[in-house]
Design a protein around this ligand. Sequence first.
Ligand code: PMP
Length: 427
Amino acid sequence: MPTNAELFARASRSIPGGVNSPVRAFRSVGGTPRFVARAQGPYFWDAEDKRYIDYIGSWGPAILGHAHPEVVRAVQEAAVHGLSYGAPTEAEIEIAEMLIARMPSIEQVRLVSSGTEATMTAIRLARGATGRNKIIKFEGCYHGHADSLLVKAGSGLLTFGNPTSAGVPPEFVAHTIVLDYNDIAGVKTAFAQHGKDIACIIVEPIAGNMNMIKPIAGFLETLRSECTAHGALLIFDEVMTGFRVGPQGVQGLTGIKPDITTLAKVIGGGMPIGAFGASAKIMSNIAPLGGVYQAGTLSGNPVAVAAGITTLKLLAKPGFYEDLSKRTRTLCDGLVERARAHKIPFSADCVGGMFGVYFSDKVPTTLAEVSASNIEMFKVFFHGMLDEGVYFAPSAYEAGFVSSTHDDSVIAATITAADKVFAKLNA
Ligand code: PMP
């Protein structure tokens, strides 16, 4: 049985950095990435057969836990009938109708294969629909890796201290205005200066790619009112928050309706999928109806759609989100209580099944506050937890995710493990 270290050495010869997505590489926390052999419910097992309680859940999709039997069955049944057709299916209508029924602002939806495709196309759609070029994004928000969005971005770019990607010509981002998250005055100033030229704002309505940061009171409201006043479109990137923070995303929690919504992660139940949706009027700009082009060989893939439909059905069970929120809250409260008992500056916060842990006395509301937290202590905590068999995101700039299979005993085991690690941190 090869060890994680042996697999990492081998992977590093054939795959850049040994991984197919940067944050998996543990570069900012040091040490050896765990190579996953299998997963079930709240757990995965690495190449050395060590079990971990998983708080990444594939970075969001695994809201029902890993390998949920009904989702696996749906995938198996769909696969038997063919893996991809490149022609429409009834199941695509079914998932579209489910998304429309649940997301307050969506009248029509188009499926793609990733969150990146969804946000990239949403921007193109906003530009096409308004005939304007400029876009506003917020520092520390990550919207996938399309060129115009890789400016002062979150997730791996922030983790590795290189928030603007190389390989993007300055001209490609000349129309991207970057503002601070939760800076209401900054948004008003940008619209006062550039209002006529702004096609859209794209925002994570609860940010999850610079650790978790909630919008302050008035922030999302201001985005809505400024967009409306100036004829710009508001894009909620709910790739992470959609069906994660509640049954209708942040738009359901806040009552604020974006013009365009992007989705991915949970809606595919672990299979590659993404989606963008809006009013029928805005969506009429998309090919074949309108001049904004978007297409995909694997869009609406029947196996991914089967996983998505089954996942969405299971999420509709009464009490699902109440339970999930309660467990996540218990986790956060338990961690804070144990940390404080050991006099560690620590805070935690959550919405639905998404949470943030911060080595700072109070929950941050800005990227600067996240950056000012004790990131070195986070790294020691991360490795301590890993040794105890608990897998948090390997970065102080990522959110965490709880699934419906993280039951009371799993949460209690996590808090017990954290207690041991906090004790060592304070030693
Ligand atoms: N938007 C947000 C808010 C995300 O969190 C992510 C991925 N973490 C993306 C877009 C990109 O999605 P994908 O990785 O599926 O391309």
